[in-house]
Ligand binder design. Structure first.
Ligand code: HEC
Length: 102
């Protein structure tokens, strides 16, 4: 029985191997800008995907952001009302816009 425990311990020990080097996990910042309209994003967008999914698009025009919201509504059946769609568009354009309307 003791042998069996010893063998098991020896076989399992590599699982607990430790490295000497310090491992650094890259830190990826997802700067979420708080502000007017963010509550609408939280309530209407984040139930399906993360915020990163949205801002990975980079800075875009107002029409682009509105188009994405319309796409969410028509293609993915997102239950987003007109008021919320407007708030989210304003928010995204203000914080992640490129200054162009179209
Ligand atoms: C009902 C679920 C749902 C909701 C709610 C939703 N989305 Fe999406 N969204 C998706 C899916 C599914 C995809 C992935 C599409 C793909 O991979 O092609 C996506 C992808 C995206 C993308 C990536 C670009 C693209 O065209 O696919 C953006 C930007 C986006 N959503 C913005 C929004 C915004 C802004 C809101 C809130 C107003 C929102 N989404 C709400 C389902 C949703």
């Amino acid at each position: 029985m003791k042998k069996l425990i010893l063998i098991t311990a020896l076989l399992a020990s590599p699982l607990f191997a430790q490295t000497k080097e310090k491992i650094e996990v890259p830190y990826v910042a997802f700067p979420i800008k708080m502000g007017k309209g963010f509550d609408a994003v939280q309530a209407n967008c984040l139930m399906c995907h993360s915020f990163g999914y949205i801002i990975n698009q980079g800075r875009q025009s107002k029409a682009f952001w509105r188009g994405k919201i319309d796409k969410m509504i028509t293609h993915f059946k997102a239950p987003i009302g007109e008021e919320a769609a407007k708030s989210v568009t304003e928010y995204l354009y203000k914080h992640y816009g490129n200054g162009k309307l179209k």
